[in-house]
Ligand binder design. Structure first.
Ligand SMILES: Cc1cc2nc3c(=O)[nH]c(=O)nc-3n(C[C@H](O)[C@H](O)[C@H](O)COP(=O)(O)OP(=O)(O)OC[C@H]3O[C@@H](n4cnc5c(N)ncnc54)[C@H](O)[C@@H]3O)c2cc1C
Length: 298
């Protein structure tokens, strides 16, 4: 199907983008990689009168280390994140997650900012930003602000980014030495959105005692969920099978999945618990120096 007619702008600068958003208000939509928006427009589920293509803001496509943080520009495509040595070495859970987004075309076109702004409850970036406690930078007519993870996701497909704002950058604090992580996504078939997914980031000492944990679930509710009780439970504990089991019960409780064609509520909760336990094991073994694949679970 063809989209409804729209007027197209391709501004070269952030001020021009903001001017267009202010001028046209809710009639305007930003277009980044188009991997979510174009299919929705073709189905006529979203019908913007004004399309503001931000693809020319290529200065917002970067992966860099700055001030003890990893910074991803909003226009960075998923593939570019995956190619970063810094990401693969210091943020293995991010590399796992990005490697299982859609297919090569989706990863080449889709952007970090677009995926976060879209806030698909089953998207792979949501659990990553929650588990790693990222900050999200936006700019609008009133200036710049940084949204924390306690408030970024509001509802399914809804974030705190206002219609007249542009998401510009995602900031991840560099994990302390002795940190490791893993992301696991249960899919019905490769390239599909998650049935359920789990991101685990652990900060460990030499005796495999957990100093801090970041745990987040995808496709387990209307927004990605931070499993705060499981995080608090693991903190200060030696990672032993009984401790993982107990923490897994807290993950099971934290999940609030909706039944759909991908599975029942009970099935998804049980899958979240099981993925969590496997992700912890992978994170600990990676911390001990093993090279292990993660990402897909079929
Ligand atoms: C076949 C297919 C399979 C996919 N599989 C997966 C998957 O397995 N996992 C997954 O996580 N995702 C998946 N996706 C989605 C993919 O990750 C997209 O890249 C992402 O959802 C949107 O990014 P985009 O750059 O294409 O954004 P667009 O489609 O251009 O925009 C999406 C929304 O975000 C807004 N927006 C874009 N950029 C900004 C910005 N900088 N500031 C404010 N608002 C902005 C737009 O106005 C629009 O509302 C899939 C997509 C397809 C087509």
């Amino acid at each position: 199907m063809y989209p409804r007619a729209f007027e197209y702008f391709a501004p070269d600068s952030i001020p021009e983008v903001l001017e267009l958003l202010s001028r046209y208000g809710e009639e305007a939509k930003l277009l980044a990689g188009g991997q979510s928006l174009i299919p929705l427009m073709k189905l006529r589920l979203v019908n913007p009168r004004i399309l503001v293509d931000i693809g020319r803001l290529q200065h917002l496509a970067y992966v860099r280390e700055e001030d003890d943080s990893l910074r991803l520009g909003a226009l960075t495509c998923h593939t570019y994140v995956l190619e970063s040595t810094l990401v693969r070495q210091r943020f293995p859970l991010m590399a796992d997650a990005v490697s299982v987004i859609g297919d090569t075309q989706v990863r080449n076109w889709g952007t970090v900012g677009g995926a976060l702004a879209e806030a698909d409850p089953a998207g792979d970036w949501g659990p990553v930003v929650l588990a790693l406690d990222a900050g999200i930078r936006c700019v609008g007519p009133k200036g710049e602000r940084v949204l924390g993870m306690d408030s970024f996701f509001v509802d399914a497909y809804t974030t705190q980014v206002a219609p007249d704002e542009l998401l510009t950058e995602v900031v991840f604090p560099l994990p302390s030495e002795g940190s490791s992580g893993a992301y696991l996504k249960l899919e019905r078939r490769a390239g599909d959105f998650a049935v359920v997914s789990v991101a685990v980031q652990l900060s460990l000492d030499q005796k495999a005692t957990c100093r801090a944990a970041g745990i987040a679930l995808g496709a387990a509710g209307l927004t990605p969920i931070k499993a705060v009780e499981a995080e608090a439970f693991l903190s200060g504990k030696e990672i032993r099978p009984d401790v993982i089991e107990e923490a897994g019960e807290r993950v099971f409780q934290a999940a609030q999945p909706l039944p759909d064609i991908r599975g029942s509520e009970e099935y998804k909760r049980a899958a979240a618990r099981s993925l969590f336990k496997r992700a912890v094991e992978i994170a600990v073994r990676r911390y001990q120096g093993e090279t292990l694949e993660a990402g897909h679970v079929h």
